[in-house]
Write a protein that binds this ligand. Sequence first.
Ligand code: ZN
Length: 140
Amino acid sequence: MPTNDQVETASLACPNCGAAKASKIRQTIRSGKLFWSESTNCLICGTQIEVDGTGFPPENIRKILYVEYGKWKIRLTSKKISPVTLKIIRELFDLNMEKLRRIIENFPDIILPLTNVEATWLAQHLGRVGEKPTIELQSD
Ligand SMILES: [Zn+2]
């Protein structure tokens, strides 16, 4: 079971010269918020870049985390999905009605493209309104 200190990291090639493992990406949770960073420190060409932010990371970073750690989903243990739970999911992921309908159809699984850190983060939010979610690998 992932904990509050959930961190995912992966190494990348230098974006300038292609040197292996010169760049490192990281995703974690800080004070209830998603946090990501990409830091390059290339010993071959000297490129140094630091980029970070809160919220969902850029798609290229998420893709690397999916490859390294897999895509995850949430499974709820409640008998039906509560309005409060739906509201949280809709707000955190900015879902339209169509996507929200798909969430309801897949209950008790909450299937969204989630990194493990993002699934942990969502589970923490749902835990605050009484859900006892588990985090599972998506099988696709
Ligand atoms: Zn380089």
